[in-house]
Ligand binder design. Structure first.
Ligand code: GAL
Length: 508
């Protein structure tokens, strides 16, 4: 009864505000403390690039502007934009280049070690950014993409490590469309792909994104057409890889879709790998680092071979189409992704699809956005699972309608640190019952991040045995969402967890 009352009390303000004032709904459930006014550098401590490829890296740093950025031991060929903290340039020799980044404003200063790993591995930590699909679908345009880049800066997401601005399907011409904007010649005489009229300047768009220190991504299918029926790369792979590099794109999502029609016989041992290895090899020939995302929904046990042909691979069907049973769809997608933990490593990540919170459009109808129907605690659970699983953190809601609560879920630097940990381990599912589950992720410094998740409808006490994790004696336990030490514990840690909520802790 007590819990029922509590639930009702929690639900009333949520329901009321959601209808009238989407900007401020859920504010009272915010757990992430405001960042200090003095600078705080966050994001990855390792960054991979290839010799001779252009680097663009904007130092994720919160704090009041103006901030002056400097760097010690910058390798030859790299310069820093002191006002915006953007590293650019190229390094010709492979090797490990440790740098000390420094940020200073009128309230204080901070420095942090950061290493450029020049070799053949990209995405040493999971990619972070935004993708257009779940909010703009086939309404996406150059203008909206540029605005998303603006909003990534203005919202402060960039200060926590979000950097990719990725266009999904629907930027090409479409077969048999009645819309004059997207109906036209799909390739020129040389076979170069022609964007639709909503994208008058693909290179200009990437330049615009780069000028902010961000990275640009795009999407296509190895088939004759994409899932939404737009032009695909089939038989134009080499040329498309070159075109995307010439335009300046830094990320490619390659979506199987209509490829089934041309894939041949399933008995062929290369059936699943062929389209991916084909373009992956072309991408590697470009003078540009293009992070490669395999999107084929987990077919052919992609986790077993994905690292040979790309940087991250979708392990499941579309999260936005996943049916809600007792629980919202991200749980089942997350559980399915969790089964492949052993395959995640720096440069190669399991991808359980995007973070769908804030304003998102119904994927079944490709509809306009509405506020997410996930409760605040479900959103914390979602972000905690993705962080523990070292999943790419790609938000796919509306960048123009980011409210305070959504930003508090997306931008907690201690939670993101779990995701971006340089050891690159994916959490394993330690325990799972009808009412709860526990995930644990070893971190590079010997600490352990643990998520205690309540999937029941009542407040639940959840425990973890510290000795079971190999931790003996008193250990410091920190609550990552609240960024607060809870205390020192020996043997066992127990906490109350809200319905569909999580306690995300780090044990030192
Ligand atoms: C799906 C893919 C989605 C989205 C969509 C575009 O196959 O899984 O993430 O890209 O195609 O049509």
């Amino acid at each position: 009864m007590k819990y029922l009352l509590l639930l009702l009390l929690l639900a009333i303000p949520v329901m009321g505000i959601a209808q009238n004032n989407p900007e401020s709904k859920y504010d009272e459930f915010i757990l992430t403390p405001e960042p200090p006014v003095s600078p705080r550098i966050t994001g990855p401590v390792l960054y991979g690039l290839r010799p001779g490829s252009p680097l663009i890296f904007r130092i994720p740093c919160s704090g009041e502007r103006p901030i002056k950025f400097t760097a010690k031991n910058l390798p030859e060929g790299i310069t820093i934009d002191e006002e915006n903290g953007i590293l650019t340039g190229t390094i010709n020799n492979p090797g490990s280049y440790p740098i000390t980044l420094k940020a200073k404003n009128k309230s204080g200063s901070v420095s942090r070690k950061f290493t450029l790993e020049v070799g053949n591995k990209l995405a040493l930590t999971p990619p972070m950014g935004w993708n257009s699909w779940y909010i703009h679908y086939d309404r996406i345009s150059d203008k909206t993409m540029r605005e998303a880049a603006d909003q990534m800066i203005a919202s402060g997401m960039v200060d926590f490590g979000y950097q990719y601005v990725n266009i999904d399907d629907c930027w090409m011409m479409k077969l048999k469309s009645k819309d004059p904007d997207i109906n036209g010649k799909r390739r020129d005489e040389q076979g170069v792909i022609i964007p639709n009229k909503r994208f008058p300047d693909m290179k200009g768009m990437a330049d615009y994104i780069h000028a902010k220190g961000l990275k640009a991504g795009l999407y296509i299918s190895p088939g004759q057409h994409t899932c939404a029926g737009y032009e695909g790369s089939y038989k134009h792979e080499a040329l498309d890889a070159k075109t995307f590099a010439d335009w300046g794109y830094d990320f490619l999502k390659y979506d199987w879709c209509s490829y089934t029609k041309v894939a041949g016989k399933k008995s062929d041992p290369d059936y699943f790998t062929r389209p991916y290895s084909l373009i992956w090899n072309e991408l590697k020939n470009q003078n540009r680092d293009i992070v490669f995302n395999l999107c084929q929904y987990g077919m052919g046990d992609v986790w077993e071979w994905g690292s040979e042909h790309g940087n991250c691979w979708r392990t499941t069907g579309d999260l936005g189409l996943e049916q809600r049973n007792n629980l919202p769809g991200f749980y089942s997608i997350g559980f399915s992704n969790a089964r492949h933990a052993e395959y995640a490593q720096p440069g190669a990540w399991n991808d359980p699809d995007y973070i769908l919170i804030g304003w998102v459009g119904n994927a079944n109808k490709m509809a306009e956005g509405t506020p997410t129907d996930l409760t605040p605690w479900e959103q914390y659970s979602y972000m905690s699972m993705w962080s523990l699983m070292a999943a790419p953190l790609i938000f796919s809601g509306d960048m123009a309608k980011l409210d305070k609560f959504t930003l508090n879920v997306l931008c907690n630097h201690e939670v993101i640190e779990v995701n971006q940990d340089p050891l690159g381990k994916q959490a394993i599912l330690l325990e799972k019952t009808e009412q709860k589950f526990v995930m644990m992720k070893p971190m590079h410094d010997g600490s352990i991040s643990v998520g205690l998740f309540n999937t029941g409808n009542e407040v639940n006490e959840i425990s973890i045995s510290l000795s079971g994790l190999g931790l003996y004696g008193k250990k410091r336990v920190r609550d990552l969402w609240r960024q607060k030490d809870i205390g020192k514990f020996a043997d066992k840690f127990t906490t109350e967890v809200q319905p569909h909520g999580v306690a995300l802790i780090r044990i030192y």
